[in-house]
Design a protein around this ligand. Structure first.
Ligand code: DGL
Length: 273
């Protein structure tokens, strides 16, 4: 009975779809409720208090209205600011967050120099500082806050996204597989997965881009299995059952899902908090 309940997933906007598609691929048969908080975005350039309040308001809504069995915070910025508070507030709910995938990138890098693009909020967070400290000596990390990039991706302004990607990667230094160059680039914001083609074209095929959706999906699966809350996988391919909500312009989410997930949906409008 409880295994039939949905998994809640939220982000400041469309970025979390890059995590949702990994969750759907990892666990066909699960139901999802996705909230894009685009009426209160971007998170990455707002203060922690805002991100914490929004995260709690959305978690309350997902628990009260959808009786979710787990919560995936599909946003690096919200994970950094709010996950400790969320776990303290909802002790019985499995809560899975996402953080920039520095560790796997450092382990795989040949040059030992790893680029990290993320929001200002993520890069200045205590959680991120602790992550960097824990990896001291594992690689040299070149950190780049990318103001405006999540917003450009959210609005599907490809020209602005490309301009910002060019500007920010140029500011980071040399990419490539020669000594001293960055051979790995961590996409530390879930929105940036949707700029990966533009980034790959800019940086060349030698540079590996690392996003965090798949590990989050595996971790979610593990936690649900431990709690005996997994819905059985469906064997025949069928449409994933997901409900979509938006606190802002719902048309942006509809078109993002069609473009990146190949589903036609009708987002419902939502006011929370
Ligand atoms: N997608 C979010 C993240 O992973 C942030 C986007 C925003 O700034 O709202 O950090």
């Amino acid at each position: 009975m409880t295994a039939q309940r949905p998994i809640g997933v939220f982000d400041s906007g469309v970025g979390g779809l890059s995590v949702l598609r990994a969750l759907q691929a990892e666990m066909p048969g699960e139901r999802f409720v996705y909230v894009a908080d685009n009426g209160h975005a971007p998170y990455g350039e707002r203060d922690d208090g805002h991100v914490i309040r929004r995260s709690h308001a959305i978690a309350d809504y997902l628990i009260e209205r959808h009786a979710i069995k787990a919560l995936v915070v599909a946003c690096n910025t919200a994970t950094a600011a709010a996950i400790h508070g969320l776990r303290a507030a909802y002790v019985d709910l499995p809560i899975i967050g996402i953080e920039p995938a520095l560790k796997p990138a450092a382990a795989a890098s040949n040059t030992g120099v790893v680029g990290v693009m993320a929001t200002r909020g993520t890069l200045t967070s205590e959680k991120f500082r602790n992550l960097l400290t824990s990896l001291h000596g594992a690689a040299t990390f070149v950190l780049q806050p990318c103001d405006g990039l999540a917003d450009a991706i959210e609005r599907y302004d490809t020209e602005q996204s490309q301009t910002l990607c060019r500007q920010y990667t140029a500011a980071m230094g040399a990419f490539g597989n020669q000594v001293g160059e960055m051979d790995y680039l961590v996409l530390g914001c879930t929105h940036y997965a949707f700029a990966s083609e533009a980034l790959q074209a800019l940086l060349g095929a030698d540079v590996r881009l690392v996003e965090g959706g798949a590990p989050v999906a595996r971790q979610t699966r593990r936690l649900l299995e431990q709690a005996q809350l997994r819905a059985p996988d469906v064997t025949a391919p069928n449409e994933p059952v997901t409900q979509y909500f938006s606190t802002g312009d719902s048309a942006l989410l509809d078109s993002a899902v069609l473009r990146w997930m190949q589903h036609k949906i009708k987002t419902e409008n939502l006011q929370v908090g």
